[in-house]
Design a protein around this ligand. Structure first.
Ligand code: ADP
Ligand code: TYD
Length: 207
């Protein structure tokens, strides 16, 4: 299947190791001769990176859940149009840190009960699912500790706390059952190399 474009996403709670594992997977695929685009959400295109600053910085109540959903969807539409879709069409492997499943969780069940609206907007404006989604599953306390230890300005979501992390973890596992055809769940509570080996196996088995 070399030469065929693929769209792979990483999902999971904050601090679960998605960015680390997305980077390691991209390095591995490049080393084996694949053309890879490593990207992230919110962001991944110049316009979407501008929106990222709006949604991740500032007070926790800066936006209502509905406004936030519109901002994430706008960022995703731009990212899809300008980065993801062109790369997949050129036969590249796109490795993306978060995508629409994060909206299903954070805006759909985490901050507010907006799943129906999330699904409607997705169908109207995005209408694209990944070929493979890797859920890095881990215990919420460890995830939050890791995420907060990074520091930085982007703490709007981490400031929602450990109860939200717990609900997100359960929600992601439920989502993996809902979309069982494209989800693979990997235990992220181990060393980086052990997790990375499982990720490589999962991807090689599917692409
Ligand atoms: P995410 O993108 O899911 O928020 P990161 O990849 O940024 O998570 O990881 C959060 C922090 O935890 C980083 O400081 C990273 O170096 C560290 N980390 C990532 N994976 C592991 C692991 N398996 N064991 C211990 N620390 C890890
Ligand atoms: P990210 O930078 O991936 O954070 P982390 O590395 O801590 O996992 O994402 C930032 C935050 O944005 C994260 O708390 C989840 C949130 N988010 C949403 O609420 N909805 C979305 O659609 C996306 C993509 C992210």
């Amino acid at each position: 299947m070399s030469g065929q474009g693929r769209f792979i996403t990483f999902e999971g709670i904050d601090g679960s190791g998605k960015s680390t594992q997305a980077r390691l997977l991209a390095d591995h695929l490049r080393a084996s001769g694949r053309d890879v685009v490593l990207t992230r959400e919110p962001g991944g295109s110049p316009g979407a990176e501008d929106i990222r600053k709006l949604v991740l910085e500032g007070d926790a109540d800066r936006w209502s859940a509905e406004t936030e959903l519109l901002l994430f969807t706008a960022a995703r539409r731009d990212h899809l149009e300008r980065t993801i879709a062109p790369a997949v069409a050129e036969g590249k492997i796109v490795v993306c840190d978060r995508f629409a499943d994060s909206t299903r969780m954070y805006q759909g069940v985490g901050r507010a009960d907006l799943r129906r609206l999330v699904d409607q907007l997705h169908e109207l404006m995005i209408c694209r699912e990944p070929d493979l989604t890797i859920l890095i599953d881990m215990d919420p306390e460890t995830g939050l500790r890791r995420a907060l230890s990074r520091g930085g300005e982007e703490e709007r979501f981490e400031s929602f706390g450990s109860d939200m992390q717990r609900r997100m973890r359960d929600g992601f596992l439920a989502l993996a059952r809902e979309f069982a055809d494209r989800f693979i769940v990997i235990d992220g509570g181990r060393g980086i190399d052990d997790v990375a080996a499982d990720v490589r196996r999962a991807v090689e088995g599917r692409i």
